[in-house]
Design a protein around this ligand. Sequence first.
Ligand code: UDX
Ligand code: UDX
Length: 468
Amino acid sequence: MGNIIKKICCIGAGYVGGPTMAVIAEKCPEIEVYVVDMNAERIKKWNDDDLSKLPVFEPGLSEVISKCRNKNLFFTTELKKNLASSDMVFISVNTPTKTRGVGAGQASDLKWIEASARQIAEYAQGHTIVIEKSTLPVKTAQTIKKILMEANQDNSPLKNNLKSFSILSNPEFLAEGTAISDLKNPDRVLIGGEDDKAINALISIYKKWVNKEKIITTDLWSSELSKLVANAFLAQRISSINSISALCEKTGADIKDVSIATGTDKRIGKYFLNAGPGFGGSCFKKDISNLVYICNYYGLAEVSSYWQKVIDINSWQKRRISKIIIEKLFNTLSGKKISVLGFSFKANTNDTRESPSIDICRDLMEEGANISIYDPKVKESQVSAALNIDTFNNSLGYKNFKFASSLNDCMKDSYAVIVLTEWEEFAHLDWDQIYSMMIKPAWIFDTRSIVDKAKVDKAGFNFWRIGS
Ligand code: UDX
Ligand code: UDX
């Protein structure tokens, strides 16, 4: 076995697998990178000539794709052949929270991880370095290891092929919306494992563009746990600042000033301290729930409830905003058109998973409001699926939401505008013109602190902003 990696296969062409492999392919032109997904529709979109159809929207992604696709970067559903001929396999499949059984609502469902491990065990040949990219509960590598090791002893037709495996953990720290720049210029690369040869093979890939000092190596478990802890600490900052936003609203302090004044202390740091409608995204809630579950499992009830509170504050923040909107609109939304600006969980992504917009829209729909939603990148079908419009049991029993194709459609004849995602274009709207087409008294609720107060005051709006 040498350290030279010629071919990489990644299972899972999602928000993590797609961009990560694209950057590896760009930085390592001598390596062939195959990204495999069982979802044929998704693979078709990755291969579309029209780059606006890529399944993932990320600034800078389409440039990398057009440079490398079908040169040394391939998107395919063909797993067997590609596993057999790869030296290195990344597992980048989703690990949703379990919806039933032991640990429902908290523990990660590892069925896709197990399925991937079984496929690798069956089809891989020779020596294969298997890398966990998905965020996983601590000690998952053990499960993967067990499945892979058994592969040498089973009765499959491949029995006579010599196979061996090394398992590494290499968690992804990219944030959506800045994925390409995070990948190209990471704060650190974390590699956990026991096999030095395998670790060095992975280091030799990252070394192409990341300084050696930024590459941290640990044991497998520390690496897996560090990813959960990093996300828990980030989410905790948001719940902390959001809890203080409520106190600011009661006392007349301004959360923007408090955030700056607090964050300029080097020990605290200025990043990730923006109050908002609560954190969303596929990771924070899932990973903290997982941490809560693991702590409970090991009998650490206090530690578990400490982290649970970060999730509780996040749910409370969303509900709190819905209640304020209802109250300001004379405690009745029945039949009123309400405009929602932004449905993705943050700006610069088309991802809606766990978006605060989902819960807030549902609260308002439950009150009888007619919601009109505009988002520059999210599609109507995503909004319908996220709001689960066919099964959503609002007491009114009808689908009181519309997807607006333009900002004008979204805001015409509405009683209130709620800014839920910090898309740049929402910071530069013509509020005078918008005011003229709305029902009076017209309200703006700015949950992201991006609207210019002086301008909307001048236009005649009633204005509410988070934490002021
Ligand atoms: C997911 C998790 O959310 C994250 O915690 C983890 O770190 C990486 O995986 P993401 O890439 O955003 O992140 O998930 P998603 O966009 O759902 O992509 C996963 C892909 O894996 C899907 O396209 C799915 O079709 C594919 N998949 C899943 C397979 O190809 N084979 C499987 O057996 C299971
Ligand atoms: C996060 C982690 O940042 C990343 O390292 C990990 O790999 C995956 O999870 P992501 O969920 O893509 O990334 O986005 P992130 O930028 O962390 O934002 C998460 C949520 O927090 C968003 O809903 C965002 O709007 C919110 N947020 C973020 C705030 O409300 N205030 C802030 O100051 C920062």
